[in-house]
Design a binder for this molecule. Structure first.
Ligand code: MN
Length: 304
């Protein structure tokens, strides 16, 4: 019996041509710390898929975290941000009470797109009061453990702290493991951790994690022994203090009750596509109608 759970991705179609592998929320584990959403996409040939094309849509109660392994992306939001993102850089948008954004592949983007889209749930005490914010972080802390190179995206790892804004104790990091390498990564035992095998199989404490799987490691570990026996491999590490608040996640909103989601949906949809919602504002510079929220289910949404 393996010492951890292996979470399989499920295939989700975004738009008409873009398939993503959704790993959080997952029926086995809904959150890892405050990390509550993980879509892994690519490597895709954007000449075939059309690339990233997400029209203006809202968020509440969360931070979006964008990280590319390959390619080029463009972020626009209702704060007026218009930002390109490349591998090695991080985009963090703190929606708090309400923001909207759009994501596209610029015309001159390279043909391969590969990355992750993550959400971090904001704790109740911050979700309405945190200032709506967009941060583009160009330079992230990096260090090596033997042959393994580590980049800290969010939070702190082995004494290295990312400048990205965070509202709960958590960590996100990318590790690059050359073929044949083994490294012992010190981690916070109060955190639960998850580890995504991004492109090739890796080992965690000598057990195999196949590519595209997320190993859920729970709490209580002081170090992780990581290896890449077969080929060079990249992993994404997520961790945090177990998030004790129960969430209602529906469409692009995170609330705490059915009524709140109803209110957020009405505030966004308003009277239709041409409505400018005061709570979320407007994304300028994108030639696409905003995405309206679908009808609510006929049953009440329950916190989970
Ligand atoms: Mn979004």
């Amino acid at each position: 019996m393996p010492a951890f759970d292996l979470l399989e991705p499920r295939d989700v179609l975004l738009g008409r041509t873009t398939h993503v592998r959704r790993l959080l929320p997952h029926k086995v584990q809904r959150t890892i710390g405050a990390w509550c959403f993980l879509d892994h996409y690519g490597p895709d040939d954007i000449r075939r898929t059309g690339g990233m094309w997400v029209p203006p849509h809202p968020h509440t109660g969360l931070q979006t975290v964008t990280w590319l392994f390959e390619g080029l992306g463009r972020h626009l939001d209702s704060l007026g941000s218009d930002q390109l993102i490349r591998p090695g850089q991080l985009n963090v948008m703190t929606s708090a009470h309400g923001l909207c954004h759009a994501e596209t592949s610029p015309g001159d983007a390279p043909s391969t797109l590969h990355g992750v889209q993550l959400w971090v749930a904001l704790p109740d005490e911050h979700r309405d009061s945190a200032p709506p914010d967009f941060a583009h972080v160009d330079t992230l802390p990096a260090f090596t453990l033997g042959d393994v190179s580590v980049t800290v995206l969010v939070g702190e790892l082995a004494g290295h702290r990312s400048p990205a804004p965070a509202y709960s104790p958590l960590v996100g990091a990318e590790l690059r493991l050359p073929r044949g390498s083994v490294a012992d990564l010190p981690v916070d035992p109060a955190f639960e951790h998850g580890l995504l095998a991004v492109d090739e199989a890796v080992t965690v404490d000598d057990e195999t994690v196949d590519r595209h799987r997320l190993a859920y490691l729970g709490t209580g570990r002081t170090s992780l022994r990581l290896g890449a026996p077969e080929s060079d491999a990249r992993v994404l590490l997520l961790g945090g203090m177990p998030f004790e608040e129960r969430l209602v996640m529906w469409w692009n909103f995170i609330g705490r009750s059915h009524e709140e989601i109803v209110e957020q949906r009405e505030a966004w949809n308003g009277s239709g596509v041409d409505f400018v919602p005061g709570r979320f504002g407007r994304v300028e510079g994108v030639d696409a109608p905003r995405l309206l929220a679908p009808p609510l289910p006929t049953v009440r949404l329950r916190p989970r």
